[in-house]
Design a protein around this ligand. Sequence first.
Ligand SMILES: [Zn+2]
Length: 376
Amino acid sequence: MFGKGIKLFKLFGFEVKVDLSWIFIAVLVSWSLAIGYFPTHYKGLSTQTYWLMGIAGALGLFLSIIFHEMSHSLVARRFGIPMKGITLFIFGGVSEMGEEPTSAKAEFAMAIMGPASSVFLALVCYGIFLLGVRSSWPTPTNGIAQYLAWINGLLAVFNLLPAFPLDGGRVLRAILWGLKRNFRWATRISSGVGSAFGFLMIVLGLFNVLRGDFIGGIWWFLIGMFLQSSAKMSYQQLVLRKALEGEVVRRFMVADPTTVEPSTSVQQLVEDYIYKHHLKFFPVVDSDRLVGCVSTKQVQATPRQEWGQKTVGDLATACSAENTIRPQADALEALSKMSRTGSSRLIVVEGNHVVGMITLKDMLKFLSLKVELDEK
Ligand SMILES: [Zn+2]
């Protein structure tokens, strides 16, 4: 979900990136502050002032989220969990962990630090607001400080919901993990709770839409959907990761796969390979060397009357890094390649030689057996 982001800067060695969806949010936040929030709370200012306040508010929110995520990352680093960086996206920020936390204690400290930092910011901003009111600072300054106090408080409360993968859900997982010493069980329970919270928000959103609060309802609905899917996904990923951990491609591959020679005619390819083996693509091998790949796509693009004269060598294209993998590569890498390209088979290549074929089916078979045996 968090693919490409725009790199902004580096802070304490962590790369801060912003997802394109955040730009949409920045505009939406500025707009709703300038049109709704500030005119309601601070009457009698000019439209231009409201817009400046709106933009400053959105910028403040942006910095607050970075502060929140940065505090997670700094604690994680103290516990030796490698952090890849921080990405801001539509529903806030994510600190990208390179690995799962190593202990319940590490996870607890890391998770609680986020809401704690937001509470801290809320208090600081509220202090500034009080000081501003007492020293009669300009209304816009006070308004922005008050808004930031409120939004940071809200961030803390929302993140403390025990809905995994929100911070509160991670706290819950850490507690369960510490109690029962079973990481998978703790993840299953807390992501179940997260998913239930997501469902509740979806229902609440629909209820609000029916009541006439369309914008608010849609927000609840979207956040609920996001929570539900990420709760489910984090558990599935964990199960996958645990099961495939340390497994190499060689273990799943079928050795000596069916290959085609470049001199084979297209007609033969269809009759003797595609129809016979029910496969969509084949490695093209010339005297033991991989020279290309041929798939039904290229056959489709060739007029039927040419199938007799044209050979596989004419049709074959170079095999890309997307459909080949090394035998000593990690099985997780194969899986992520497959999910990225939508292809369910990869050619296992060593140097220039085809050594095997790895399919999603074989990996899933292994996974389901392993999960069954590991189930407690
Ligand atoms: Zn957080």
